[in-house]
Design a protein around this ligand. Sequence first.
Ligand SMILES: NC(=O)C1=CN([C@@H]2O[C@H](COP(=O)(O)OP(=O)(O)OC[C@H]3O[C@@H](n4cnc5c(N)ncnc54)[C@H](O)[C@@H]3O)[C@@H](O)[C@H]2O)C=CC1
Ligand SMILES: CC(=O)C(=O)O
Length: 372
Amino acid sequence: MIIGVPKEIKNNENRVAITPAGVEALVSAGHKVVIENNAGLGSGITNEEYIKAGAEILDTPAEVFAAADMIMKVKEPLPSEYPLFKEGQILFTYLHLAPEPELTRALMEKKVVGIAYETIQLPNGSLPLLTPMSEVAGRMAVQIGARFLEKPQGGRGMLLGGVPGVPPAEVVIIGGGVVGTNAAKMAMGMGAHVTILDKSADRLKYLDDIFFGRITTVMSNSYNIAEAVKKADLLIGSVLIPGARAPKLVTEEMVKSMKPGSVIVDVAIDQGGSIETIDRVTTHQDPVFVKHGVVHYAVANMPGAVPRTSTFALTNVTLPYALALANKGWERAVREDRALALGVNVLDGKVTYKAVADSLGLPYTPLEEILG
Ligand SMILES: NC(=O)C1=CN([C@@H]2O[C@H](COP(=O)(O)OP(=O)(O)OC[C@H]3O[C@@H](n4cnc5c(N)ncnc54)[C@H](O)[C@@H]3O)[C@@H](O)[C@H]2O)C=CC1
Ligand SMILES: CC(=O)C(=O)O
């Protein structure tokens, strides 16, 4: 199989979908890897390192898409990439289709085999290709929150940990999964007081255990969310219903109740966001806007800013699935691995992931119906 890796084009997206180790593994298994010129530079990987591992470098994204049976990316394709899709081509990347009707339509029209990293799911419910980036984003959410709480950045001029004699900041996290847990670790480490809300009682119990009761856990419902948001200096949105558009849990009224200069970091923005006052995705170049006196941060590719950590963490987990797809072909690979099958969002012009179809108001076709 020919595997193509274009350079990422999202704002300040410095990750790349493959490392030289990945190239070597695919080439050793008999495949060919073509990589766009300088695709790895943002992550500190040169063309020469890829060539040494057995890859061929092509000048343009058009050449990479034209050559490849499978495209490996990091972020969802942007409109300039839609015309490059080929019928039957495998696209293996984060897709986040629930808030992306145009991308979904383009994948359907071109009959692309769209396999989303973020919906590959193991029998225990975990999302192995989302986890490492959620670990990164959860940890970043706190360092970003700390930065924007500084007065010159528009914040209320508060140190997360306080100092002796002055209370620490209140960090409120909605969604206690991978992002939420990693955010809590960082915030607690910096001395903040942390409250986590989740709708799963089991998850709250787990969090209480691992943090030895040193964080406050609260059942998520609109009453409790309103109470917690009101007192937050830093609010982190980190809910997920796999594949689906994120529920809007924090209303405009709740945001109005926050203190001037407090900060919201909505990590769940890649699935459409969980905060009513966030009506647009922001970028690393222009990451925040202020509404009702509250600083809002809504960057959908947070790990793109720390590519030396993120590229290697991501490719550690994507490579085994890429090898299975390349060695077996997508059809045998998904028939033999239920976790990978759950990654198939679009196939043969149809949406094959129910939560994506429901979020977009499109018909849902079970994968098994197409596979026969
Ligand atoms: N902006 C960015 O750059 C990045 C965004 N993300 C996103 O962060 C989000 C969270 O990801 P993970 O932590 O890995 O997901 P996860 O599945 O580990 O955790 C989600 C948590 O949300 C909880 N939840 C669901 N509905 C809820 C509700 N109504 N109230 C409270 N809690 C609720 C679930 O019980 C679960 O514990 C996802 O949208 C993910 O794609 C992840 C990495 C980077
Ligand atoms: C998960 C995701 O969308 C990201 O790492 O950018």
